[in-house]
Every structure is written in structure tokens, then in C-alpha cells.
Design a binder for this molecule. Sequence first.
Ligand code: CIR
Length: 255
Amino acid sequence: MSNFKNVIVKTPGESYVSGLTTSDLGTPSYEKLLVQHTAYIEALIKCGVAVTHLPASEEFPDSTFVEDAAVLTTEFAVITNPGAASRNGEIVEIGNVLKDFYKKFYYIEGPGTLDGGDILQADNCFYIGISDRTNEEGARQLKEILEGEGFEATIIPLKEFFHLKTGIAYLGDNQMVVAGEFVNHPAFASYEKIIIGKEDEYSANCIRMNDYVIIPKGYEETKRKLNEAGFETIELDMSEVQKQDGGLSCLSLRF
Ligand code: CIR
């Protein structure tokens, strides 16, 4: 789980600032966003992965959030069927790029919808959130694909979070970062938990990348908890990403 060799990232286009959001944090600065995106790529390189860097697509304002277009394992790729109409076409480019890395593909098909942000892998177990973007049929299709490939899959209807991974991250070695509705959720009872408080909730979307955990900047409690648990952290300013409901995991496909 923490042994990644490749990542795919995509430069945000200028249209990013008019993409989808539910936040009231204001309009992002495109210039600041590009600086933050470049720092994100540099952090991934520091973690020792090869970066496939896709150019911006103005016709898809949210397409820098590449995580939503696919679910990847070591052996196969699942191309999703993103639940937001304006984002659905993003799967074409990602599907093409993944042909350089995978031979085996599965597809989520309508009426099923599914966003990669709703999928969390913890070793042999997958957790599939049902959200405004991922519906029951999409979740059911993915569960069937994963179980057919020998994985366990648990469906988790979300109560508050935007995507499943908005509030949870797996660090490897049975350790789970959890916030909000996941803190006492029975599905995660068997994990060793790093609990993130309400005010630090945004930092629950962090990513274990090989020897590091990348976290958003400005969450001292989260950094302290992770460092105490033995993880080396890299902090990144995510302000312009957060304004469009995005987090660290959303900006890459890691495999
Ligand atoms: C959207 O609404 O689709 C984007 N503005 C944010 C997507 C964030 N992606 C993720 O959490 N995986």
C-alpha cells in the first residue's frame, strides 16, 4: 500500500476557478494554484515516484482532480463513471494514458456512477463510499469487480463528507487516519486510528507516499500526531485546492 512507483497529475487550466465547489472560501487565485500544484509535484518526486504530467484541459475545469477518473490496483485499472455531468468526459484522457501502464481494464457503467475520491484501499480491503457522486449501482459494480479479483469490498453510505476520502486515509500497517463520521464507524473498528478533530478535519485527506505522509500545511496537531506515530511528514499549502473542494489525494492517481 505504501509502495508506489508512479503517479499521474494534471496541470489545472484557467477554467479551474469556475469549476464545481460547495465551499464558501472564495474564488481561487490561478497563479497561486499553479505554485501549489508545482510544489505538490515536487513533493511526489521527493517521495521517489515517476511522474506522468498531463497538460491542462480548459474544457474540463475540475480535471486536475485526476483521482476521480480511475481506481487503480497493481494488476488492473477501473475507469470510473464520474457522477458530475461536467466531469464525466475526463475519463477519456485518463483511460488513454493508463493504457501505457495497464493491460487489464474494467469500467463502471451507467446508470452506475462512481468517483475515485469515494474509494479507499487498505491492503486487501476496499471501502466504497456512496455520496452525491457515487450511487448504489456504481458502488455495487465496483464491489463485484473487486470481489471477482479477490479483494474484500465494503460499501459505506456517507452522511456528511463530500467524498469518502475527504475524511479518511490509510497509512499502511493497519493505521487509519479518521475524522468526523468515520471516527466511531464500525467498518473501521479493527484499525489503529489516528483521530483528527473537527477543526482539523481537512487534514484527514493526507497521502502516505512511500517514506512520507504528505499533509496540508497549517495543521500542527495532525503533524504532531503523525510524527509521534513515526511518520515523516511533508506539508503543502493547499488553500487554492481547498476552495474547490479538493484535497491532497484528489490531485493524483498513485500506483
Ligand atoms: C468536484 O466538485 O468534483 C471538484 N471541484 C473537487 C473534486 C475533489 N476530488 C476528490 O475529492 N477526489
